[in-house]
Design a protein around this ligand. Structure first.
Ligand code: NAI
Length: 261
């Protein structure tokens, strides 16, 4: 028998970009990665909010570090410039987490549907490929290059009144699979996580009462998840030891997607 091969479960010293990292799951991911010794580029729309997360991470005394960049992922030119800056500042890029997003409800019968369609597809689908393509030259130089795309359980089914978001999230799953196939020969893994209902900025406006009713009816674990629970799945996907995991679509949803009745 071959000797047992220990694989590394450490991201210490790796450079990670997280989009939408000023809040929710992005923020939790930035904290977790820095606590594991990674150097994290905290990117989001507002510089001040990114700075605040970087300050939190600094104050926590983690092994790793963080720096802030304002980045609107719907701005193609900004993506190229900021990803280049990050690679220069940290000396490379090992990990990319495409996480930024928002939710604008959209009624297909209304003119305002178009107001949701373009920004939703720009931020939650086109941006993923643009971030990946901008980071690619740097990922190619990494020892264990990893990409995680944040989709949603809305990428596997649909909630009413939400079809641009549903379309974008289904697209993220397709993009993940397509690029996992294309980049596999270079050892770059591309995986997709599908959070269910999580307590973040996006779900803040839903009352506790409605959260409880929904969770008891739909979620086997009978509650909303917290961002840290999602961040830990993301971490599992970016470990050096996750070297044979690619093109995977992984729910982190308290069992939502497997419950029929
Ligand atoms: P959040 O609102 O707490 O964080 C999202 C962050 O993305 C915000 O800081 C926001 O400023 C940023 N963002 C929005 N547009 C941006 C842009 N154009 N450029 C850069 N940053 C931008 O929400 P959450 O829930 O942490 O969202 C993270 C991801 O998780 C999103 O892709 C969302 O669709 C997805 N998701 C959320 C679920 C939930 O229940 N909260 C469920 C499934 C998926």
């Amino acid at each position: 028998m071959e000797p047992y091969q220990p694989l590394s479960r450490s991201i210490a010293g790796k450079v990670a970009i997280v989009t939408g990292a000023a809040s929710g799951m992005g923020r939790a991911t930035a904290h977790l990665f820095a606590s594991e010794g990674a150097h994290v580029a905290v990117t989001d729309l507002d510089q001040g909010k990114c700075d605040a997360v970087v300050q939190e991470i600094g104050a926590a005394g983690y092994k790793g570090s963080a720096k802030a960049w304002a980045l609107d992922v719907s701005d193609q030119a900004a993506i190229k410039a900021v990803v280049g800056d990050i690679a220069q500042a940290f000396g490379g890029i090992d990990i990319l987490v495409n996480n930024a997003g928002f939710a604008i409800p959209a009624d297909v019968a209304e003119e305002s549907y178009e107001d949701s369609w373009d920004p939703t597809l720009a931020v939650m689908l086109a941006a993923h490929q643009r971030m990946i393509r901008a980071a690619l030259p740097h990922l190619r130089n990494a020892e264990h290059p990893r990409i995680v795309n944040v989709a949603s359980t809305e990428g596997m089914g649909a909630t009413p009144g939400n079809s641009p978001y549903v379309a974008a999230k289904h697209g993220v799953i397709g993009l993940t699979r397509g690029l996992a196939v294309d980049l596999g020969r270079e050892g770059i893994t591309v995986n997709c996580i599908c959070p269910g209902p999580i307590r973040t900025g996006i779900t803040d406006a839903i009352s506790e009462e409605h959260k409880t009713i929904y969770a008891k009816r739909r979620v086997p674990l009978r509650r909303y998840g917290i961002p840290e629970e999602v961040a830990h799945l993301t971490l599992s996907c970016v470990l050096p030891s996750a070297s044979f995991l690619t093109g995977a679509v992984i729910p982190v949803d308290g069992g939502l997607t497997i419950k029929n009745a």
